[in-house]
Design a binder for this molecule. Sequence first.
Ligand SMILES: [Cu+2]
Ligand SMILES: [Zn+2]
Length: 206
Amino acid sequence: MHVSDLCKFSFGLVLVFLINAVYCQWGWQLPYPYACVERPVQAICRMQANPNVPFASGISGIVIFTQRITCYGHYALQIKASISGLPADGNWTYHGFHIHQSGDMSNGCESMGPHFNPFNTVHGSQRDSVNRRHVGDLGNVVKDPYGNIQAAIFDNLASLVGRNSILRRGIVLHATEDDLGRGNNEESLRTGNAGRRLACCFIEPL
Ligand SMILES: [Cu+2]
Ligand SMILES: [Zn+2]
């Protein structure tokens, strides 16, 4: 290859990456136009019992995140959770289910910090507007009488890309029902009074 050809080639290459950077605001460094092809992005979270809560010891499960991404935008995040080992107490019960700030499990689920809240707002529900909920607010999941949870959640705010990315953060399953910010007290607007952290996991990219 002639030197000036090589020069043109590398200029072309630089141009391709510049266009890519402009079109793909999500930080993906795939060559244009490949980045504009719709593709699924996935993440996984392996639920573990919180070692700080003795009665939670039997809990385990898996949470799978799937989202379709194009460089023009992204679709709702799909969250599928399958968790077992909760008390088989014969009741259907609600349990708060959130994305927490940090993926740190060095001190069990307590070290995962507060709800993921990049907009610095109050606690709410998935149906609340951006300034009335945390990005991490996924509401409640339901436990069956045998102690199992099967949940499918869609969320338009939490994402696997961009500013609202939940990658490398944590999922926490709580002992009691999230009041979705409607508890008429201060704690309700912070945590939804969802109680202790039964189990949690680190959200890792797939
Ligand atoms: Cu929580
Ligand atoms: Zn919250």
